[in-house]
Ligand binder design. Structure first.
Ligand code: SAM
Length: 269
């Protein structure tokens, strides 16, 4: 029987931009810096650009790939590098908490990595956030502009819902920029690698995740409006002030801790 081979075609609708720059691949592997016993989980292994170097370095890896055409070639090519456990399906349907429990990692945690399909970046980040308690760290390649939004602080033009939601649960650190030429086909935009370290549970101050998410969504839903107006249906002026916030401030001026205080007051009331 012939060995299954990777197609030369990249599927745009699956966000397939395959890395081929060995310098960049090496930098990502060094940033992840796998240690013995770590349970590594890669999202979107594609044609194995990161998967095989990680397998050679670490010996074993779990990867989640949606594209059926890649499953057989990936399994076949992985054999000479290490032990690949391939989950064939949509990462948004993968229960990371169950995966961590089954991973055999001494701490019951997983380490997530991947050059993400850019069309699904935000849903994947929010999905990971839902399982942050079992995720030790994350190293993702994303559009540079998305990484800037993730890491932005108050006062920045790109500070928004994504910044606040992620920074309430994780430290977000942009690592390095990757030019379009590192990929095949080349995307139209620059990319960047980001590291996220979820806080330990005792450091998370958000009392009710749903209330917090609703407050942040409403505040940035109409970012030009004052908090009093944007939060009209969610929080009364007196509660906004009790949280130490000015009712005439706009969401982009409020630091993460301010949203947390407001959401916690609402959750208690
Ligand atoms: N890791 C490879 C690399 O760096 O060359 C491929 C990266 S490519 C940007 C994104 C990968 O995610 C593709 O292989 C694509 O098929 C896969 N993918 C797209 N949507 C997915 C989903 N919902 N779940 C899992 N994988 C997905």
């Amino acid at each position: 029987m012939s060995t299954p081979e990777f197609s030369r075609e990249a599927k745009k609708h699956l966000g397939q931009n395959f890395l081929h720059d060995h310098g960049v691949i090496d930098k990502i592997v060094r940033a992840i810096n796998p240690q013995p016993g770590d349970a590594l989980v890669e999202i979107g292994p594609g044609q194995g650009a990161l998967t095989f170097p990680l397998l050679r370095r670490h010996g074993a890896l779990t990867a989640i790939e949606f594209d059926r055409d890649l499953h057989a070639p990936l399994q076949a090519a992985a054999r000479e590098h290490g032990r690949l456990q391939l989950i064939e399906g949509d990462v948004l349907g993968v229960d990371f908490t169950a995966l961590a429990a089954a991973s055999g990692d001494a701490h019951g945690t997983i380490r997530l990595a991947g050059n993400l399909p850019y069309n699904l970046s935000s849903p994947i980040l929010f999905h990971a956030l839902d399982h942050a308690a079992v995720i030790r760290d994350m190293h993702f390649m994303l559009q540079k502009e998305v990484v800037e939004r993730m890491a932005a602080g108050p006062g920045s033009k790109v500070y928004g819902r994504l910044s606040v939601m992620l920074q309430a649960y994780c430290t977000v650190t942009p690592l390095f920029v990757v030019p379009p030429g590192a990929f095949r086909p080349a995307p139209k935009v620059d990319s960047a690698v980001v590291r996220m370290l979820p806080f330990p549970p005792e450091r998370i101050e958000v009392r009710n995740r749903g209330t917090f998410a609703a407050v942040v969504r409403a505040a940035f839903g109409q970012r030009r409006k004052t908090l009093r107006n944007a939060l009209g249906g969610v929080a009364e002026a007196a509660v906004i002030e009790a949280a130490g916030l000015r009712v005439d401030a706009r969401a982009e001026q409020v630091e993460v801790a301010g949203f947390v205080r407001l959401a916690n007051l609402l959750a208690n009331s």
